[in-house]
Design a protein around this ligand. Structure first.
Ligand code: PLP
Length: 383
């Protein structure tokens, strides 16, 4: 049987990893500036994370959500503390799309309304409503098409206010990434998030902060939306939450009330996933990784801005996108093939850096050295 061929693959088999390094099946070492697509938050195979999952495996791996699970409560408290969202409630699931799916469904239940405001170039996942709220028709199947989603221009306060003035009483939720990731790393303006908060307050809609990629400390705040100084009603989380163990969740403001049967899942919140998520928070707190993301991100962004051949740099903390001048677009390929450095991409021409928040300064400088050398290679080819 063959694999269903949906991914354009790099012909590299990664079989081992530690910290910010990965190795292929031939023993070749690579520097990982991609973090397995923003998933690796505390470092590959981080020892405390491995041990906590291992210990949990020996105790109990799974039971259904029909019984009390103290480890879920432990995780909810840890999340309240690290996020500063003190009295928020936690619902656990398994992935980013599922987190957004539950957030949107919950907003609709809560308001009794159907319409969702999303933004141009947004990415919220590949399932039902999450993909309908994603601005990419090529991944929306006919069955997922719906008139309930309103796409507005990104960072356009006037368009947002006009939309609410015209149809605010039918809007259940506004969903927005704190930093658009798949689109190519575009920061949401603080004033725009403040305007979303106000429109939602004025019209009784739910503000959903999609923090799947930009959350969990990556931007230098626990949630990238926090930079705007206003709180959302629901935060969706996944990627960095488990450092590679599949886990997702939503943090829900106290005014949104639960009802039996409203949401549910078989695997969500299983003890192994909770152990992985707790290990991530423990390491983040012990090693001050959110502050580190801010400081290392500033250093990296500054260095990129001063690198010859780099045309534009965007992002915050360790969620960075940059574009190269004309003629140097092949950089990503050269970085991987000649300098053994993994980076991410966003179409058409953005290189995305999403390394572990625990990456060392030594590795950041190694990346910058490789980058400068790769640019020289490309310049020589161009001349
Ligand atoms: C902002 C955002 N939301 C949701 C998702 C979907 O997450 P998952 O792939 O875990 O379903 C992604 C994935 O890239 C994302 O970047």
């Amino acid at each position: 049987m063959s694999l269903f061929n949906v991914y354009p693959l790099n012909p590299i088999a990664i079989t081992k990893a530690a910290g910010s390094r990965v190795w292929d099946d031939k023993g070749q070492e690579y520097l990982d500036m991609y973090g397995g697509h923003a998933v690796i938050s505390i470092g590959h195979t981080q020892p405390h994370w491995v041990k906590r999952i291992e210990d949990q495996l020996h105790a109990i791996a799974f039971y259904s959500n029909s019984v009390v699970m103290p480890i879920q409560e432990e995780l909810a408290t840890a999340l309240n503390n690290i996020s500063g969202k003190k009295d928020f409630q936690l619902f656990l699931c398994n992935s980013g799309a599922e987190a957004n799916e539950n957030a949107l469904k919950l907003a609709s239940f809560h308001t009794g309304r159907k319409r969702i405001v999303a933004f141009k170039k947004a990415f919220h996942g590949r399932t039902s409503l999450a993909v309908a709220a994603t601005d990419n028709p090529s991944i929306v199947a006919p069955v997922n098409e719906t008139d309930n989603i309103i796409f507005l221009p990104f960072n356009d306060i006037a368009a947002l206010q006009k939309c609410f003035a015209e149809q605010g009483t039918s809007i259940a939720a506004v969903i927005i990434e704190g930093i658009q990731g798949v689109a190519g790393i575009y920061e949401t303006d603080d004033a725009f998030l403040q305007a979303i908060r106000k429109c939602c307050d004025d019209f009784g809609a739910v503000y959903i902060a999609d923090s799947v990629q930009c959350g969990y400390g990556r931007s230098g705040q626990f949630f990238a939306h926090d930079h705007a100084g206003v709180s959302a009603d629901i935060y969706s989380m996944a990627k960095g939450m488990g450092n590679g163990f599949p886990v997702g969740g939503i943090l829900i403001a106290p005014h949104i009330q639960a009802k039996f049967g409203m949401l549910g899942t078989t695997f969500g919140g299983n003890p192994l996933a909770c152990a992985a998520a707790l290990a991530v928070i423990e390491v983040m707190q012990q090693d001050h990784l959110i502050k580190a993301a801010e400081e290392k991100g500033n250093y990296l962004i500054n260095a990129l801005k001063n690198t010859e051949g780099v045309k534009a740099v965007r992002g915050r903390g360790l969620m960075i996108g940059f574009e190269m001048e004309a003629g140097l677009e092949d950089l990503r390929k050269i970085l991987l093939n000649d300098f053994k450095i993994f980076t991410g991409e966003a179409k058409p021409n953005v290189i995305r850096l999403l390394p572990s928040l625990a990456i060392s300064m030594e590795d950041i400088n190694l990346f910058l050295t490789g980058l400068n050398k790769a640019i020289q290679v490309l310049k020589q080819k161009k001349d």
